[in-house]
Design a protein around this ligand. Structure first.
Ligand code: GTP
Ligand code: MG
Length: 197
């Protein structure tokens, strides 16, 4: 799929104020700093459509980006960032939970995890919560450029095996990406294009 246009639409913390357009929507979620905003920029080939930072906690709002005038990419705040006070987030901020519970246009979530890390409790819990709520999702392994291909492959296999050992019936659909090298771009856009058709 060619990305012919990508425009920022609106930011907010209230799912009821998200765009009313009833078009397919895909949301990026995961720990702070995992590379959600960078991946959106990589997909649309725009350096700073979504704001990124080396410091966790950059994205604080629900951000809607309209692609090719026909579907949305949604950049969300990260979870699991200790410096955000406990009162602001019990574990997952309320408005993020509400976004997933209420947003009817949401076709699929993408849960991003750093390919260098073993499964983290908070990510597994979030995936379980998505499953319990009937929200389809894929895992996106990020920052693949940080490892050699063999190590990436091993880590991904171990990660998925651990999920299965952890009582998952089957491994979730997954992608391996790098926002630096554009790895995984065609595959991910192709996947979305297929669903949109
Ligand atoms: P929050 O908005 O804080 O939740 O973070 P985020 O998940 O949106 O992460 P962001 O895209 O801002 O990236 C965090 C840091 O990781 C930045 O310094 C990025 O340059 C870096 N980064 C993101 N993706 C990649 C990648 O694929 N490869 C490498 N090497 N660095 C990456
Ligand atoms: Mg971000």
């Amino acid at each position: 799929m060619d990305v012919k246009s990508a425009e920022f639409v609106v930011s907010n913390t209230n799912v009821d104020k998200c765009p009313k357009d009833f078009i397919p929507e895909y949301a990026f979620i995961g720990r702070s700093n995992v590379g959600k905003s960078s991946l959106i920029n990589m997909l649309v080939q725009r350096k700073s459509l979504a704001k990124t930072s080396g410091r966790p906690g950059k994205t604080q709002l629900i951000n809607h980006f309209k692609i090719n005038n026909s579907w949305f990419l949604v950049d969300l705040p990260g979870y699991g960032y200790a410096k955000v006070s406990k009162s602001v987030k019990s574990k997952f901020q309320k408005f993020i939970v509400e976004y997933f519970e209420k947003r009817k246009q949401l076709v699929s979530a993408f849960v991003l995890v750093d390919v260098r890390h073993e499964p983290q409790k908070i990510d597994v819990e979030f995936m379980q919560w998505l499953g319990e709520n009937g929200i389809p999702f894929s895992i996106i392994f990020t920052k693949a450029d940080k490892l050699k291909p063999g190590a990436t492959k091993r880590n991904v296999e171990n990660y998925l095996n651990e999920l299965i050992e952890d009582s998952w019936e089957e491994a979730p659909n997954h992608f391996i990406t790098s926002s630096s090298s554009n790895e995984g771009r065609e595959e991910l856009l192709g996947y979305i294009d297929n669903i949109n058709r």
